[in-house]
Design a protein around this ligand. Sequence first.
Ligand code: NAD
Length: 251
Amino acid sequence: MFDLSGKSALVTGASRGLGRAIALAFARQGADVAINYRGNAAAAEAVAAEIGAMGRRAHVVQGDTSGGREPCEAIVAATLEAFGKVDILVNNAGITRDNLMMRMDAEEWDAVIGTNLSGPFWMTRAVARPMLKARAGRIINMSSAAGRMGNPGQANYAAAKAGLIGLTKTTARELASRGITCNALAPGLIETDLTADLPAAANEALIGMTPLGYVGSVEDVAAAAVYFASDEARYVTGQVLGIDGGIVMGS
Ligand code: NAD
């Protein structure tokens, strides 16, 4: 089940956190993985070394996914050069710039929309061409429970993550006839560097709203990414899967 042998995956923001866990989980299932990172080359190389030790190929690709069309095309081109194809794209790179709406400035708004929404759009544009040619592909977008239910202090983040769900469904509809699926993961509170800075009170409040009553791990999310990436998920597209302890229960 969920054998990814022979597949080539590209994960953005894969030097740490959820992206790293997904890259490692893909490799464990047999995939070769391109590890995109923005700034921390040493961390990306360390992930590549872990993948190499599993007997899989890893390729480190520097690039800022918030930079628009050109850097995103360059990231995909580098992956194609390394592996000859891209079967799986995970749009994982994301940031937060939290502030109450009335205090949020243009830089905070633009940075989060640029990274968390425009980045996945340009990455999807770039990867669609080779996937269309191959008549196969898996695109997985990292949304968030915040995008489904809103979150005080995160107007920029929630808007970007909700927008990403619209992008996911549209991509799914536009590319379905060519065997390409597109789905979104919507994690709740997961223990990573991103959430380490949350004030204790906010953390407690979120755990209190979570039916399962605890913080999730990166492996919980990586397992869902493996499923969406697999051949077994061929009939699943345009879906949003909450890995969130039940904080969002959609129909
Ligand atoms: P993280 O900060 O540990 O990792 C994010 C990674 O993305 C970092 O390595 C960062 O350098 C990279 N990145 C940021 N901007 C980039 C850019 N422009 N180009 C390339 N790389 C870039 O955070 P995480 O918790 O692992 O989050 C990963 C994704 O999951 C994000 O999209 C985040 O919004 C989402 N998410 C996280 C949680 C959580 O609770 N941790 C919950 C829901 C959704």
